[in-house]
Design a protein around this ligand. Structure first.
Ligand code: GLC
Length: 669
């Protein structure tokens, strides 16, 4: 059951598709303090709290304070409170079990046992909220109801399940050709190469550098003949430059955000001074979305939207102020205080709170200060594109994912997990984020495999790929200036080939699971406790996941580990794929087990009376034979069956019953 409670005058976020009528009765579970602008729930000692989508720390969110404020901060460390997204949905499971979604586009905090260990306190910065409380038979049922409320998750094209190579620094056609050649020469599957800001002309959106990509449509075609999709990046900020049509048109139409006095709000990002399109204005959104046509017409079928928190390096006004203040420090002996003040002036230029209060949106006639709707910006950039694709390419699925997001955006695109680092702890963070993102509707997701910032190692990349072969978005991406991390940069190319090939063998299963999860409002990745609610140990497991109804994953996230302890809530079949092409299985009893996982082995667990389809190896998604699949099964009783979804991978008639078939087996496969 879902009930809605409204406080103040809510700003429409369109996170929820069909709103239930507002309830007059008091909010259940929470004490409401309208003066403090808080909702407080008294947690039981063993209550667990799940959700909050893309966030730091554990699967169980209890024990920390999280701030919903979309932030461009590449230091994803434990002491942080915000990442790029605002996903204000959580489920409390314990003494009472219920879900709560706080629909508020402004800044919110979720203090989950941080200030007081048994208190969950949601604090708003404005008292204009829609609060949805959801009760149901269990956590999965609550999540399903919530997902149904917010609408069907985005479904990407089939090729987007292939492996993608990316790096900030592929500067020309030849750089991209080289990547593809190296993969093909080594017989390592690949479906896409991402184009970072380097493909643009001086970082201007919807341009292609004519010197380095002299004939872009031909190049896109050449790559498509190689079964490679190119996926360009689009940034939120539009370069301020006379004669640049996107800037000039946006200015002429009044589609950029302005300062309080109506003059242009100028903030710098990659191209230097730039303007933010008013993504919250219907006209501006349609206009910005239409710009994608420039690339669609050249054969592009996928995009990633970036810097859309929006990220600000500096604003024109603040930079002027700071430059003047810096003058005062000239010739001075900087001591403890003055040195830090001096340093703070420069570091405080970026993503400054005050700057987010200095510009305005025109929400279809209502002028609204940015900070009140901050968390809607990235969502609406991606929505602008998604709505445009519906108009421009109605028959086709276009790949799209964003860095910043709010619930509601999950209908238009996926998310990648931002600028992580080549750290083992960030591999684990990737694991932990999967179920909480799924709870909030974000099914198409994955992290930068190998890590974005800092130098990766061969071992970390191998282990990350061994987990990444299960995530819908499987992309190796890294920052300029870091160690090159395409798999061919390392010695163990046979190991990498083996792991990535296995991804392609698993795609029929992963694709089927993805679409079923989207169509049925279910989670593709779940914590163990969601399926084994009576098992008190399962609720403590933070580094294993259930995938679909069939698999349990227990990734290795430790340097030099050649195995790990795994908790099995019930007897399962261990499946091991070895680099020599063989597969070994054995039945593992319930309980704690130490499992050997040599560096290039891929190990997962199959649940009893389950089977999954496994394709023959392929070099790209187009070559996968979805019809002739082999069943990998664990028949404990009489029979194992699998509900197999398969379609052409491009069209949108998902609900056609012909796409579903039942595969079953009665003996070991
Ligand atoms: C941002 C993105 C990253 C990208 C870089 C350059 O940091 O998060 O993925 O490579 O910008 O465009």
């Amino acid at each position: 059951m879902i009930s809605r409670y409204t406080y103040g005058n809510c700003i429409e976020t369109e996170a929820v598709l069909k709103k239930p009528e507002t309830e007059a009765v008091p909010l259940p579970f929470f004490a409401v303090d309208t003066k403090e602008m808080t909702l407080t729930y008294q947690m039981g000692e063993s209550d667990r709290v799940y959700g909050l989508g893309e966030n730091l720390r554990g699967i169980n969110k209890r024990g920390w304070i999280y701030v919903s404020k979309c932030t461009d901060d590449p230091e994803h460390m434990e002491d942080k409170r915000s990442l790029y997204a605002a996903h204000n949905f959580l489920v409390v499971d314990g003494q009472e079990t219920f879900g709560v979604f706080v629909d508020d586009p402004g800044i919110l905090s979720f203090d989950i046992g941080y200030t007081k260990s048994d208190e969950l306190k949601v604090k708003a910065s404005d008292w204009n909220l829609d609060v949805y409380v959801i009760t149901g038979t269990d956590v999965k049922d609550i999540v399903r109801q919530f997902r149904c409320l917010i609408g069907r998750s985005y479904i990407p094209p089939l090729w987007a399940f292939g492996y993608g190579q990316s790096r900030w620094g592929y500067e020309s056609e030849d750089d991209v050709r080289e990547v593809v050649k190296r993969y093909r020469d080594l017989d390592i599957p690949l479906d896409s190469v991402y184009l970072d800001i380097d493909y643009m002309e001086r970082y201007k959106d919807f341009t292609v550098n004519p010197k380095t990509f002299p004939n872009f449509p031909d190049f896109v075609k050449e790559m498509r003949e190689e079964h490679i999709h190119l996926v360009p990046i689009i940034d939120a900020g539009v370069k301020q430059e006379e004669g640049y049509p996107v800037y000039e048109e946006g200015m002429a139409k009044g589609y950029f955000c302005t300062k309080e006095d109506g003059t242009p709000f100028v903030a710098a990002v990659w191209p230097g001074k730039a303007m933010f399109p008013d993504m919250l204005n219907t006209g501006a959104r349609a206009w910005f979305g239409n710009q994608y046509r420039f690339l669609l017409e050249q054969g592009i079928e996928g995009f990633w939207n970036d810097m859309n928190e929006p990220s600000i390096f500096y604003t024109e006004d603040r930079l002027n102020e700071v430059m003047q203040k810096l003058e005062d420090y000239k010739g001075k002996n900087l001591d403890l205080h003055s040195f830090f003040e001096f340093q703070g002036l420069v570091s405080g230029l970026s993503n400054n709170e005050e700057d987010y209060q200095a510009f305005y949106h025109n929400m279809d006639g209502v002028r609204i200060r940015h900070d009140k709707v901050h968390n809607l910006y990235g969502y609406n950039m991606t929505r602008a594109a998604g709505e445009a694709f519906e108009r421009l390419e109605p028959e086709k699925r276009i790949l799209m994912f964003s860095r910043s997001s709010y619930i509601g955006m999950h209908r238009y695109g996926g998310v990648w997990q931002g600028d992580n680092k080549s750290w083992w702890s960030h591999l684990l963070l990737n694991v932990k984020m999967m179920p909480s993102l799924n709870m909030c509707g974000f099914l198409y997701t994955g992290a930068d495999i190998g890590g974005f910032g800092a130098d990766t190692t061969e071992e970390l990349l191998m282990r990350w790929l061994e987990f990444g072969i299960f995530t819908p978005l499987m992309r190796n991406h890294s920052a300029a200036g870091t160690r090159q991390q395409e798999v061919y940069q390392f010695e163990k190319t046979d190991g990498f080939r083996h792991v990535i090939r296995l991804r392609y063998r698993l795609i029929p299963y992963l694709y089927s699971e993805y679409i079923k999860a989207a169509l049925r409002d279910e989670m593709m990745f779940r914590p163990l406790s969601f399926d084994y609610p009576e098992d008190s140990y399962a609720s403590q497991v933070e580094d294993q996941l259930l995938l679909g109804n069939e698999l349990m994953l227990a990734p290795v996230c430790e340097q030099n580990a050649r195995g790990r302890y795994v908790y099995l809530p019930e007897e399962m079949k261990l499946v091991r794929f070895l680099q020599d092409g063989t597969m070994k299985t054995r039945i593992c009893p319930a309980g704690h087990q130490y499992i050997d996982v040599p560096l290039t082995d891929v190990v997962f667990f199959l649940r009893p009376d389950c089977c999954i389809p496994l394709a023959k190896p392929a070099q790209c998604t187009q070559e996968i034979d979805f019809e002739n699949v082999r069943l990998l099964s664990y028949v404990k009783g009489n029979m194992a069956s699998y509900e197999y979804y398969h379609d052409d991978g491009y069209g949108k008639d998902y609900d056609n019953p012909d796409h579903i078939s039942i595969l079953f087996t009665t003996e070991e496969g």
